[in-house]
Design a protein around this ligand. Structure first.
Ligand code: ADP
Length: 259
């Protein structure tokens, strides 16, 4: 059933009105389709760990006898439950960002100190994570969200890096904006995939599931950037590495002064 209206003949305002109505209808239809797809993908991602847990329980009930066998099954169930919990957390976070309810606490912070602290807290080898921050960059941001964005990009840098690869975190300010970039010398992303990695549930190579994740991280990263009035860009060369950059406009932030 289509709610599109028939375009009347001629070139008057009724025609333009009908065309506008149809365009609005098509946009609404695309947005409903995207929501349906999101629900389908989310259900699919959650169903997999649930099935693994269910069959592990059934197997344990029927065939397992020793405490060692039980312990192994319990730790597997634990891993799957962690996976579900991470996924549900990301889904909730995306929903809150969509509703605009996750941006409650924007405060003026020393972004340089925040990023440096986050890098210092990482458990990745110190010689593989390199952090260079221009000092005293202030910004009005939601600390928890910017931390999540940066952490996500650092984790991806290592997840899709080479075994001994590096990740560089850099914070700088230009005349117009603050730039936070996370660069790696990892596997890189093909040109034709670069636009798609921001889509929910999109993974360049879903078969490499040992890397974990469900393809939600970057869509969350982009939403966080947008919630701050910023944008994300990606530069990447397949086989050589990727650079993800957050651009936060200085305009309206009243933050040109230094600490
Ligand atoms: P996830 O890592 O959970 O799969 P993301 O949304 O964080 O999901 O990333 C989407 C996809 O983009 C990943 O599956 C991966 O294929 C690709 N990708 C993300 N970050 C990088 C990176 N630093 N280098 C290469 N590929 C990446």
């Amino acid at each position: 059933l289509s709610a599109r209206v028939e375009i009347p003949p001629g070139k008057n305002e009724f025609v333009r009105l009908a065309q506008t109505f149809n365009q609005m209808f098509e946009r609404l239809e695309r947005s409903f389709e995207a929501e349906t797809q999101f629900t389908a993908d989310a259900s699919h991602e959650l169903r997999t760990p649930v099935s693994v847990i269910k069959s592990a329980c059934e197997y344990a009930e029927k065939y397992e006898e020793t405490p060692e066998e039980h312990l192994e099954t319990i730790s597997m169930i634990h891993r799957q439950a962690d996976k579900m919990s991470r996924l549900i957390g990301q889904l909730l976070s995306i929903t809150r960002l969509d509703q605009g309810t996750d941006m409650a606490c924007q405060e003026k912070v020393d972004l340089s100190a925040l990023v440096e602290e986050l890098c210092a807290e990482q458990t990745y080898p110190k010689d593989r994570l390199l952090c260079r921050c221009e000092p005293g960059i202030l910004a009005r941001v939601d600390t928890a969200l910017i931390t999540r964005l940066t952490q996500n990009l650092i984790d991806n840098g290592f997840k899709y890096g080479k075994p001994d690869g590096h990740v560089w975190v850099e914070l700088r300010r230009t005349a117009e904006e603050i730039q936070l970039s996370v660069k790696d010398d990892g596997i890189g992303i093909d040109r034709e995939q670069q636009e798609k990695v921001w889509q929910r549930f999109y993974q360049v190579d879903p078969s490499r599931s040992e890397r974990g994740g469900a393809g939600l991280g970057l869509s969350m990263v982009r939403k966080i950037a947008q919630a701050h009035g910023g944008t994300m860009t990606l530069e990447s060369i397949s086989g050589l590495g990727s650079t993800f950059t957050l651009h936060l406009p200085l305009e309206g932030m009243e933050l040109k002064e230094k600490i």
